[in-house]
Design a protein around this ligand. Sequence first.
Ligand code: SF4
Ligand code: SF4
Length: 303
Amino acid sequence: MIISVASGKGGTGKTTVAVNLALFLARENSAKVQLLDCDVEEPNAHLFLKPNLESSWPVSIPVPRIDKSKCTYCGKCAEVCAFNALAVLKDQVLVFDQLCHGCGGCALLCPEKAITEQDREMGILETGKSGSIDFVHGRLNIGEAMAGPLIRTVKERIDPNSVTIIDVPPGTSCPVVESVKGSDYTLLVTEPTPFGLNDLELAVGLVRALEIPTGVVINRADLGDLKVKEYCEKEAIPVLSEIPYDPNLARLYSRGVAILHREEKYLRVFARMWSLIESRVEVESQTKSSGAIVSGNGHENAL
Ligand code: SF4
Ligand code: SF4
């Protein structure tokens, strides 16, 4: 089962929820657990899990190089490139490496076989263990624009025999789509503020477009207003958990300590969250297999 943990904006507590859900499962669930940190621009799940990193590989994508002696400047490579990474001039082909996704389409379709490929390193993949949790994350090189290929490489490590928790980059752009697609369920972590609501609405639009069932976790739930809850009610999106503001949690966060490493009382929060996720995923899979139309009831109630 793949559970992605996302948020429309940064700073909502997304990584806290992802890390502690993984810790809860590792303690209380018999299944193997993986945590994949796909927030490759700013990975920080390792700060809480402190994994013993055992392996590290450079991650590269193949970018085109043009053999001028063969090129006829026909323009076909630029036509086929969906990412505008090539521009064919009268006597020159410009390659914008930072835009190239390494799909290989241009080399395949060049009629003169004038394109070869050269690896361009964009980041690293690291794997290790944190207790019984299999840990994987990617680190994008500084200044690198393209997170997608590195996120795909991180996701290649998904073990179908594990429960996989994915820490998704914040926002609603391409790296988020790349990270959440293929998930059985997406948890959206938000806060009860106008900014939280605005970004939650965008994130809900994204996961709905991808047809991924979703539920909401409201962090620092007692600090803001009720508009996030009212929105979830109106949209029939289940609120799986409301985590109140707790200065102890803020202190632990600032020291890079996971909640469940210190605050046992929060076990029940993640136990209930997991129980609701499991039952939602079960309902969705039964609904899909029976071919019926899915509709959430939005009334899981808060903790
Ligand atoms: S498709 Fe091949 S021959 Fe045509 S412009 Fe591109 S590199 Fe040159
Ligand atoms: S490899 Fe794909 S993305 Fe890169 S330049 Fe060629 S067609 Fe464009």
